[in-house]
Structures are given as C-alpha cells and as structure tokens.
Design a protein around this ligand. Structure first.
Ligand code: ADP
Ligand code: ZN
Ligand code: ZN
Length: 761
C-alpha cells in the first residue's frame, strides 16, 4: 500500500494556513484521518507534542521523506467547530474547484494580531478627605501627571484608560504606585466591537433574553402577533419533527407579507430552547434597520449580526462571541454560514432564490448548497424561505427531497395583494404616446399625488441614458476597454458600468465628426428628471448604485422615504427587495422586459422574481394597492405569471422549458470561462481545453459539449473571454472532467497569461 501523508495546520491563523506541515499517517490511522480531524503531532526541534488540524491527505510527503515525522494519534473527544469548517472547506474545494487554501480562507475567520477592543477604566477609590490629602502631596512633590489625573477625578470618578494616557499624558509606570497604594483601581471590560452598537443606542435599550422573560407577559404579547393557522401549522409540524429527532430540509413558499419572518422566529426560539444554535442568512440588501430591530426585540443579546461592511477584526469578534457561546443566533449574508457554532441546530435561508447567495470569487460556492452540506454534517435542520422559490429548490420540494410548506395569505388582516395591470407599450406607441409613462400609469400617479400617497418607480438601469449614438452614422459611443456602450450620466459624464472608465460626453461623433449625437434608452436619472418635468414640484428620491455607494447611503434613502420626505422613490432593483412602506399604494415597473432577454437561461426566472417582488411592495397596510407593469412582451409567461401572482403557472412553464432544453435543475451545467488579454493565447488555450473535453466525452451520449462561444460581453477591461459549456445529468462526470482539464491547464502552462474559471450550476 502506498504511504499517505497528512497536511496539518498547528494553529488556525492565516499565515499558517498557507503553510501546512506534512506528517506520515501510520497504518493504524489510515481509515480515520480526513480533513478536519484533530491530530496529535510532534512539533519543532524538541518534538514537543502539539495538536493540529488535518487540512488534507495526499500521497506525497511534500518535502524530504526522511524528515517527515509520524502522526502520533487522533485527539479524542468532542468535534470542534473548526474541524467542521475545515471539512466544509474540503468539500467546497472539491465541489467548486478552488485550492484548499482559498477554501480555508473563506470558512475560517481572520485572526487579528491586535486584541479586540479591551476597554480599561481608572476608578478613584479615595474618600473626599483622602483625595484632598493625596492632591496636596502631589502638588508638593510636583508630580504633574498625577495632578492632572486628580483634577480629572474631581469632575469624574471613572476615567477611560485611553483618555488618561492620551489626553492627560499618564503612563503605566506613573499609574503603578497609585494602583499599589490602593488609591486607584484599573478595571477591565472586554467589550466586543459591536456592529449594531449605533442602532442599539438609538433604540429603547435592547432587552437581554433573560430580562424579557422576567418582564410581565403582557408587553411580550403586544409586540408579538398571535400566529394565524397557516403559520401555526408550519411551526407545529416543524417542532414536532424536530423533537422527534427528524432533521432535513424544508422550503417555506409564502407570498410577500405572509409572515415568514414570524415563523422563522418561532422556529429559532424552539431550537434555541433546546440548547442549539441558529444561523440565519438574509441577503444584505434586505438586512435593514427594520429587520435588525425585529430580531433584537425578540432575542435581545442572544443575537448578533454581521455584514460585509464589518472590518475583518469586527467579524472576528462576532465569530469569537459565537465560539464562546455568548450568542446563539447569528444573522448575516452568505458568509454568516461560517459562524463557528459548535452545536448548530438550525440554518435558515431567507429569500433563498437570491443571486447574492452565490459567491463570485473562488471558491465560487452557493451558500444554499454549502448550507445543505453544513446542515447534514452538524445534524441541523435547514429551512429555506421565499415568495418566489428558485426553480431548483421548488423542483426538489416537488420531488419530495425537501418538505414543502406554504403560506397563501397575507398575515396582516388589513393587507391585501395589489391589483396588477399589464400595459402593452407597443399599443401606447400606436396611440401616439411616446412618453415613458403609459396613460394608465400617469393617471394613477396623478391620483396618488392628489391623495398624498407614496409610490415607487422601478427601472432596471441606472444612469441617464443607456447609450449615446450618432444620428448621422448610427455609431454608438463604446468603452475603449470593453465591448459595451458607455452610459450617459446626468452630469454629462459617460461611464462604463463594467470597468468604471469615465469620460466627458464628446461634442461630436468620434466616428464621423457629426455634431448630431444624442442619448438613447433610459436610466434611473432620466426617469427622475422626467418625473420632475411631468409633475412639477413633486418630491423624489433616487436609489441606485450611484446614490448608495457611500456607507449607509442605502439606509439613509430608505428612512427618508419611510419618513415621507418624498412622494416618489425611483430606483433599480434595490427598491423592490423586502422593504415595507405602509403608505406606498402604487408601484410602476417602467420596462419589465429589460431583464427578459439577457443571455442567461435564468432570465425568465429572474424577471418573474423581480416583478413578483415589486408587486409585493404595494398595498401593505389597509390602503388598496396597484401595480402597473409596462412591457413590450405582455404575453411572455414570466410577465403573465407575475401579473396573476401565480407561482405554479410560472414554475410549470419554466420547468418544461428547462427539461426540454436540458438546463439545471434537470441537468448539470459546467461553465468553463477562459480569459486573457491576448486573443491568440485565448484561442490556443480554449482550443486545447475544447479538444480535451471532446476526447473525454467521445462516444458518451450522457455528456454534451457546447461552444466555445464569446462571453456575452467579449471584452471587459481589455481582457477577452470565451466560454465552453458541458452538460450532463451526472454531476460526478462533470467534476471528473473538470479535474482532468485542470491537470491539462497546469501542464500546458497556460496560467502564464490566461486564466480559467469553472462554474457549476
Ligand atoms: P414575510 O417575511 O413573509 O414578508 P413578515 O413576517 O415580515 O412576512 O410579516 C409581514 C407583516 O405582517 C409584518 O409586519 C408582521 O409583523 C405581520 N405579521 C406576521 N404574522 C402576523 C400575524 N399572525 N398576525 C398579525 N400580523 C402578523
Ligand atoms: Zn457619426
Ligand atoms: Zn469599460
């Protein structure tokens, strides 16, 4: 039997993750050692026994075989959170084709060298008389720093250590004698950097979980609605199964506003009361002040949040709190999945259909798939929820792989689904209306303005004009670095939305010199200008990538709109994601087809989801709501299904289309994208990959190779991209082929000047 070697990291911190040590695996341990195991090993020149984590097993020693020491044994006892995460990293590396190092860096939090913010305070313990004497003595002896300290004490008995050092000029040495004599004590308070500190300060102090149960029940009942029968039956069924030891995956399909979040909170409570921990994934854009406060009010100090704006250190602190069992619930976007809980009992993924759950850097994992692995590994339940479940998840639910729960009614008694009107823009044009606002939408807007109600206008494109082109020669102004047209912004700049290139709008056509150049197509900025022109004096707010790029910009706009500072909110898809404004009674979707003809087999699904979510924004509290969907394709099933709020119809049409054309979830799809700044290298490397893929699939009817084709945008940032697709119902074969292609890639040395990216769907 060939020898096997374990790669072991001694301490989990990034520097060392890069450089694991090799140890020989003795015969007796061959079967048991795998990624994530804790092992005992001799370390350093003295061969002192240490423990470490196995991050990989291979046939190669890595360096001089004679110097490799043996693994001494396995560490008995409990599995740690780290070992589970390392095992997850191993799975991610295999599944998504990244290096183990990249996978480890994704799942393990960054360990900071600087310690967490440990706050220290100096407290004066002297009685007024003692104080007087001590001050006199300090003056006599001319201890200047001490005098400053005593002066400070006369107005505040407790001084932050930092302030004493920085503002009063004290040193540890000058404080020592005072501490020794008992005149002062230095108190330590280990405060974790709390990402929600700002929020909590403004609220009525978040109660701790203990306080809440101690309080009289009536307050609790007021803030917590009585679950309706639909909600109750889900909670009962889940809890019953949970207590019977049944785990598994459930999908809650509940229309917008049907009370999914209330259900999640009941499930969390149940699982937490059984001593287990919970991870809740919520897309970052939906993780608003409102949502955060809802969870704080219910779970107090037991819950923590992370978001992508936290520094590595802040994130590390939150993960540390989870490890120390100071919290039992972690809420956050994709990466919250890697919270190092030891006793995970439940993972919830809200808005499970969201594209943001897919990572776009290596490892290119999907949080939903990784959650399935983590739940199985930790024997936790997984609950997915959405008003518009992904085709993938719904198909699994219909097959019985996931348990399906449905919520068909809005939870609030006075809340009704909005009435949806589809307007055919071709018809409008025929009737002579060239405006971007259909006659119906204009009428409804006028009515809302009269009544003082609010509305949202949704346009899936930012900027002013989509592109500018020449009326003489027809040429559009393109980005010099990308195969796309430049977008005109209101300040007269032209901008590439792919690479960020910016230039001033030219006065004449760069192609023929004609002065007749003009903007075409419409973006959010232009809509805003048109609204202001059409309805003079009306107040508007705009929310898109341009207005939200600064920290907190997104939250600021939403709260201004919530406070009624504007009657019309105009924005890109950001405005349709889960925000709840009771006074909004009209939603206008200005161009529903923009997402429909994207070169992606999921574009029909995305359009349906967007329109359904948009429709869910209107009429949430008592006031009847209307939704106007303007489109050039009123008969498309995605638009029809969204207009009728009919998920079943959408799913059946979409599923039959994908089954017929063999797309996921009915077939595995491996996308291989090669990119290079040199076209000849791109062609050569793609040629070689294509040839190898053809050989590997020769004579096999279950694999199908498509392409190579140009990427939808062939050139981005001066890099050319081509794509090859491989389809098979057998995932394992696709993974095998990918592994062979990776070997070829390394051997041929294409990495010098080209890059390859594999993506599984
Ligand atoms: P979803 O997550 O499905 O969009 P939410 O849980 O946010 O739904 O509920 C929508 C609104 O209805 C919230 O304001 C919530 O407080 C309220 N709500 C939820 N369940 C009930 C209930 N059983 N009775 C009354 N109001 C409820
Ligand atoms: Zn021209
Ligand atoms: Zn560009």
């Amino acid at each position: 039997m060939p020898e096997l070697f374990a790669r072991v990291i001694i301490d989990i911190s990034h520097e060392k993750v890069d450089r694991p040590f090799s140890y020989a695996i003795p015969e007796s341990l061959r079967e048991q050692i795998k990624a994530g195991c804790r092992v005992r090993i001799p370390f350093g020149s003295g061969n002192k026994e240490r423990t470490g984590y196995v991050v990989g097993v291979s046939r190669e020693a890595g360096y001089d075989r004679d110097k490799v020491k043996p693994v001494l044994g396995l560490v008995e006892g409990s599995v740690t959170a780290e070992s589970q995460l390392i095992e997850l990293a191993w799975w991610m590396k295999d599944r998504y084709g990244s290096t183990m190092n990249q996978a480890l860096k994704t799942v393990l939090p960054v360990k900071q060298k600087v310690k967490g913010a440990e706050k220290k305070y100096i407290r004066c313990t002297l009685s007024p008389r003692e104080f007087e004497e001590a001050l006199k003595e300090a003056v006599k002896k001319k201890y200047r720093a001490r005098i400053r300290l005593f002066e400070a004490f006369s107005s505040m008995p407790v001084i932050p250590y930092e302030a004493a050092v920085h503002q009063l000029g004290l040193t540890a040495a000058s404080l020592k004698p005072l501490e020794n004599s008992g005149a002062i004590v230095i108190e330590k308070e280990n405060v974790y950097r709390d990402p929600a500190a700002g929020i909590k300060k403004n609220s009525l102090k978040a109660p701790s979980a203990k306080e809440e149960t101690a309080q009289d029940g009536s307050v609790k009942e007021l803030s917590r609605p009585q679950l309706n029968s639909e909600q109750q039956s889900i909670v009962q069924d889940f809890c019953h199964r949970y207590d019977a030891g049944e785990r598994g995956i459930s999908l809650i399909h509940g229309i917008t506003g049907s009370g999914k979040t209330e259900v999640y909170m009941e499930l969390i409570d149940h699982v937490r009361n059984r001593g287990k921990e919970v991870i809740v994934l919520i897309p970052e854009i939906a993780l608003t002040y409102q949502t955060v406060m809802r969870f704080y009010k219910r779970f107090g100090q037991d819950v923590s949040f992370i978001n992508s704006r936290l520094s590595a250190g802040e994130r590390y602190d939150q993960f540390e709190r989870a490890k120390q069992k100071e919290i039992s619930i972690m809420i956050g976007p994709r990466s919250a999945l890697f919270t190092p809980f030891r006793d995970l009992g439940l993972i919830i993924i809200d808005e499970e259909h969201e594209g943001a759950y897919k990572s776009d850097s290596s490892p290119r994992y999907h949080a939903r798939e990784a959650a399935v692995f983590r739940a199985a590994q930790t024997k936790a339940s997984l609950v997915l929820g959405s008003a518009t479940p992904s085709v993938d998840s719904y198909e699994k639910a219909l097959r019985g792989e996931y348990r399906l729960y449905t919520l068909n009614h809005r939870a609030k008694k006075d809340s009704h689904l909005a009435k949806v009107h589809v307007v055919d823009l071709r018809e409008e044009l025929r009737e002579g209306n060239k405006s971007i606002f259909s006659r119906l939408l204009q009428e409804m807007m006028e009515e809302r303005l009269r009544k003082g109600q609010q509305m949202m206008l949704f346009m899936n494109r930012r900027g002013y004009s989509n592109f500018i082109s020449c009326r003489s020669c027809g040429e559009a102004v393109k980005c010099p670095h990308c195969d796309v047209t430049l977008t005109l912004h209101r300040d007269g700049r032209l901008m590439c939305h792919y690479c960020g290139y910016t230039t001033r709008k030219p006065v004449a056509c760069p192609n023929c010199g004609s002065p007749y150049i003009a903007g075409f197509g419409t973006g959010t900025q232009k809509i805003q200008a048109m609204v202001e022109e059409r309805f003079p004096g009306v107040s508007t707010l705009r929310m898109d990538l341009d207005t939200t790029s600064k920290k907190g910009g997104h939250e600021e706009i939403l709260s201004a709109f919530g406070a009624g500072e504007a009657q019309i909110l105009i924005g890109t898809q950001m405005i349709v994601k889960g925000h709840d404004f009771p006074n909004v009674t009209l939603v206008g979707v200005l161009a529903a087809d923009t997402a429909l003809y994207a070169p992606d087999f999921r574009c029909g699904e995305r359009t349906f989801q967007l329109l359904t979510q948009a429709a869910g924004r209107a009429g949430r509290a008592g006031l009847p709501g209307d939704v106007v969907i303007q489109t050039y394709a009123p008969d498309h099933y995605s638009i029809q299904a969204a207009a009728n709020q009919d998920y079943q119809m959408f799913f059946e049409r979409e599923a039959s289309f994908r089954r017929m054309l063999r797309y996921p979830p009915f077939c595995g799809l491996l996308t291989i994208q090669i990119a290079s700044g040199r076209e000849e290298l791109l062609d050569a490397s793609m040629g070689a990959v294509n040839k190898q893929a053809a050989q590997l699939s020769a004579g096999r009817r279950d694999i199908c190779v498509i392409g190579p084709v140009h990427a939808p945008v062939y050139k981005v940032n001066d890099i050319y991209r081509k794509i090859l697709y491989l389809k098979s119902e057998n995932y394992d074969i696709l993974i095998q082929i990918r592994n062979r292609l990776e070997e070829l890639w390394d051997k041929a040395g294409f990495s010098e000047g080209a890059s390859v990216q594999y993506d599984f769907t």
